[in-house]
Design a protein around this ligand. Structure first.
Ligand SMILES: Cc1ncc(COP(=O)(O)O)c(C=O)c1O
Length: 442
């Protein structure tokens, strides 16, 4: 019998000690099957982890994408351990800062200069600062998710509170200065006339267009080229936030994959296989003025993230990662498609091979959150930690895929029962999954 009682107990305690329970919203219990999914882990290796109740899972969340080679990768960890023995933070700077900068310049098409941070949102805030400082302009037009900082969350003041259109249901822009309203303005992905109209409306005031170049699908033909041309026509910088799109599709990022080079790029997460690290890279013209800006923090000089990043990026190249991700992703997609068919349901895996996502054809869209939660619940019971989208590492094996597909077929069989009886609710032993993280503009 699947038992996560220690996780549940600890999570209740977290509610008393930690406002918001977790440090990252996507780690909250209500993002999975609350009460059935594990919440606390005790160790992880390769594609698997053990929760504090001693259950083992195949991990298809991969620390929200931050683990790319596999948990506790031996090459990265030995580089880190070696660095720990030589000191994790010096009073002086570490020559590794230059070694990693050279590696990033060789790897990411837009990189000529480099600054470091410890996380993705932080790196986005640095990129916003540099763009504003370099252009002498205030407004940032953006699309996608760019972290928790004021510059970005201020956009929520432009959103109608009545419609509930906040980035996350129940979280309002509390604590963000109202004075920032209008300094970051969202646009819709793929909508060039909207972007052009915003650039015209704020002519001469737009410092940058910051966007995720893609998330789950490839961009429409020519779209990113047109965004770049519009940005430059209006004297704005184009910034790609590759915190999520980076590394898996191509080691040089989505920009290498689609062949469009922005002025600046933000990377983080998978660049260091789970050790804190982020970077802003970009052209000399965009980045050099940053030497006169106040962009400074003690732990940005930390040696561990540098050592981990150098080892991770080197290993991604050595292990021919882009080709392997394609193979693993395609195999997973086919196996999941067979599971859907085998369960007698209609639907398919959609999205890029780096992020296959199960999308069932449902009689009624309103039941999708329940159906998705039922899937997560039934997969958790079978030792698979996932959402309806799958994020994997180079450590995931064909065996992991087959075991997962078998579990998926059983889980989808339960969903079929619910759909046929018209009573999905009675099969759910958990609260329905909360609204997925809404990214201001898709
Ligand atoms: C595109 C994008 N930008 C920024 C961030 C924020 O990064 P972090 O959580 O490391 O602050 C994320 C995190 O999911 C992201 O996906």
């Amino acid at each position: 019998m699947h038992d996560v009682s220690q996780s549940v107990e600890l999570y209740e305690r977290a509610g008393e000690l930690i406002p918001g329970w977790t440090q990252l919203i996507s780690r909250r219990a209500d993002q999975f099957a609350n009460g059935v999914s594990p919440v606390y882990a005790q160790r992880a290796k390769g594609s698997r982890f053990i929760d504090i109740d001693e259950n083992e899972y195949i991990d298809w969340i991969s620390a929200v994408g931050a683990i790319i080679l596999g948990h506790a990768d031996e090459v990265v960890d030995s580089a880190v351990i070696d660095q720990i023995h030589r000191g994790s933070l010096y009073s002086l700077n570490n020559p590794l800062e230059l070694e990693l900068a050279d590696l990033l310049v060789d790897t990411i098409p837009s990189a000529e200069m480099v600054r470091y941070t410890k996380g993705g949102g932080e790196a986005c805030a640095v990129a916003a600062r540099i763009a504003r400082g370099t252009t002498g302009r205030d407004i940032i037009l953006f699309c996608g998710y760019h972290g928790w900082h004021d510059w970005y969350q201020a956009a929520n003041f432009l959103v109608d509170p009545e419609s509930g259109e906040y980035p996350f249901a129940g979280i309002e822009p509390i604590g963000i200065p109202r004075a920032l309203a209008g300094t970051a303005i969202p646009f819709t992905y793929g909508n060039l006339p909207m972007l052009e109209a915003l650039l015209e409306e704020h002519n001469g005031q737009v410092a940058a267009i910051m966007m995720e170049p893609l998330r789950t699908e490839l961009p429409p033909e020519g779209y990113l080229e047109s965004v770049r041309d519009l940005a430059h026509k209006h004297g704005a910088l184009l910034i790609f936030d590759e915190v999520s799109s980076g590394w898996r599709l191509a080691v040089g990022g989505a920009q290498e994959y689609v062949g469009v080079t922005p002025d600046m790029t933000v990377v983080a997460k998978a660049m260091s296989n789970g050790y804190p690290m982020g970077a802003v890279v970009g052209s000399r013209a965009a980045m050099e003025p940053a030497k006169r800006m106040f962009i400074s923090s003690s732990y940005w000089s930390d040696n561990i993230g540098l050592a981990a990043s150098i080892a991770t990026i080197t290993e991604l190249k050595r292990r021919d990662s882009a080709r392997r991700f394609k193979e693993i992703g395609e195999s997973l997609r086919s196996a999941l498609n067979r599971a859907i068919e085998g369960a007698g349901l209609s639907g398919q895996c959609v999205g890029l091979h780096t992020n296959p996502m199960i999308r069932l054809d449902l009689p009624d869209e309103t039941i999708r959150p329940k159906v998705n939660t039922l899937f997560i619940q039934e997969m958790a019971k079978r030792g698979i930690h996932c959402s309806v989208a799958f994020k994997f590492t180079l450590a995931h094996t064909e065996d992991d895929i087959q075991v997962t597909a078998q579990a998926a077929q059983e889980a989808l069989g339960v969903i079929r029962q619910g759909l046929e009886s018209g009573d999905v609710d009675s099969l759910l032993t958990v609260d329905i999954k909360k609204e997925p993280f809404r990214r201001l503009v898709k």
